[in-house]
Design a protein around this ligand. Sequence first.
Ligand SMILES: [Fe+2]
Length: 256
Amino acid sequence: MLQETITRDLPLQHWQDFVVPQRWEAFTDEDHAVWDLLFARQVELLGSRVVSPFLDGIDLLRLSHPGVPELAELNAILEPRTGWRTVAVPGLVPDEIFFAMLSERIFPVGNFIRTRDQLDYLEAPDCFHDLFGHIPMLAHHDFAEMTQHVGRLGIAAIEAGEGARAARLYWHSVEFALAKEAGELKILGAGLASSFGESHFSLESDEVERLPFSVERAVNTPYRHDAFQPRYLVSESLEETVAEVLALTPEHMLAL
Ligand SMILES: [Fe+2]
């Protein structure tokens, strides 16, 4: 009886409850200058070290436009293309909210940007990580579908009390994956594409493990959220990552 009362009184949280206005007009000239600095630095650093659909996405979404992108303008291009749209959030959202958003092709974007003295700040994802890192690949039809599927798997995993499995899958596919393209090792994940230090490190360091990607390995491989990864999963191609993740059912994920 008590539990029933508690359950009834506690409002269920929906992803919509976490959405805030982007308030683009509140970004200062300095904020826009920091975006421009990060953008120019990262595009030059990546060169051709990232899978080519990422660079196509940058062009298609006009991310090279100066200043912090306005989400409404970005959505006007992204949504008709793949059905994804961005919403502003004040910071990290709980995993169940994040996965619920992904399952509806909604991507949360921090409504703030790091300061000039924290250009390589790693901990809380800001709008540079969220927009530069993630949005280009959400303009790619197959990767867009895969990301939605990861959201659905995340919801199923949390309902089964196994949220960590989906978190690891997400981490090793969407955030920190490497993939070959025409035989060359490339960056695929957003956490690498948007990181000044880790983009090169992931490809070139001799001090890390690079293991073949499989969904079984992704679901079971721990990760670091406070430091560079000690190991990266590498697929034979972007298409292989997408196909493997899309073929994964909630039941199979829970049994791996
Ligand atoms: Fe991210």
